[in-house]
Write a protein that binds this ligand. Sequence first.
Ligand code: GLN
Length: 490
Amino acid sequence: MDLIKASLAEISQAVRTKKISALEVTKFFLERSKKLNPTLNAFICFDETAELQATAIDQKIYQGENPGPLAGVPWGIKDMFCTKGLKTTAASKILENFIPPYDATVVSQLKKNGAVILGKLNQDEFAMGSSNENSYFGAVKNPWNLNCVPGGSSGGSAAALATRMVPASTGTDTGGSIRQPANFCGVVGIKPTYGRISRYGIIAYASSLDQAGPLTNSVTDAALALELMCGKDMKDATCSSQPVPEWSKNLNSSMKSVRVGVLKEYMQDGGLHADVQKTVEKSLSELKALGAEIIEVSVPLTKYAVPMYYLIAASEASSNLSRYDGVRYGHRSNFQSLANLELGEFYSKTRGEGFGEEVKRRIMLGTYCLSSGYYEAYYNKAGQVRRLLRDQFIAAFNQCDVILSPVTAAPAFQLQERISDPLQMYLNDIFTVSTNLAGLPGMSVPFGFSEKKLPIGIQLMAAHFQEQKMLNVGLALESISGMKGLVANV
Ligand code: GLN
């Protein structure tokens, strides 16, 4: 079988019916990953037990058991997810040698469904970034153009997938970190409604915004992967108890009487790259030709989304990251003796060495916003506006089934191009952060290439818990684009 082209369901079906063993599948992807990794830097480490995991799946099959719908499918896991016995670094020096004693719920769910964990994927440090250049382990390269960024923060997850180092990967999305790299690398990426997926065992960045999701080669794979990752978890109090629908079985690309909303605010400022503008316009006219109704909607508060997001994300990050103090785990500065040391010095040396520049910037910004006297003016105020933004989105979704927009204003940019200008980098998230602020589901589907042959995706958003609507429109776009399953050759 052609493992490069096969869907997740096809791989697992072939493994379950013994057409190919899980071990053969794992060996194939492991070998491919190890060959391509020096070029792309997508993996931080490989799981030495991958072949053993695969053999265990094969044994189950030979004993007549069903290992589940992901039987023998190798997965790459973003290094934000704790993996039992396997190094988990969040791409930070401060966690360089951290080996968790437990699996994140997402990881145990994947394993329970038969997946094989191939290794841990590179990312921006603590998922802070839009280009994957903030990793302690070095930048990831965009497989369509090695001089460009793959997008961040789940850059390793997207680059590994676009080159089929793995058939599927996990990402986390606090303000766009699944959708944006999926967009830059030409793959499908989904962030479901906040609370759909357990955050237990995922290294915390900004808890009220963080949400995991899958990156895949097709919408059908995405629907299946998402189903298996979602569901109530007693270990995460914010995890929703809403039933998880069988999205993959209910996929329907008919666009008859589907109402596609276009956000007035996203299309009017004229800041879009011509290739992105053309791609969005084409997606709308194609959907219209299939019978969809295109409706203009308005969410005026999206204009404050970037400042709101960076204020809330930095505040929550400063609090979440206070746990890395060099006492319980992680990096500790190499002190001659702890005897006469001031506690403040212990912390500041350890944290000063352990965190990268962008992470420190966020900690400082967040600490400032949360400090006495400023809390009300900044964090609290942002929270109030956030609530209004959510209400405006809910009103907009009374008029339409999905909202369609660009994912980013331009295709992938050059490595080094924006790294010294944080504000420029933050503005890259202008179209993605609103879904996180409002807790909505969002996805990126590849829909074309720029003149310079870089992939361009379309973002779809839906009302809370309406992932099916978004997946259906995604499927329609995928069937028009001809980009399903494209592999970047490096
Ligand atoms: N680029 C955004 C940030 O740096 C989003 C990152 C993310 O979604 N994890 O915060």
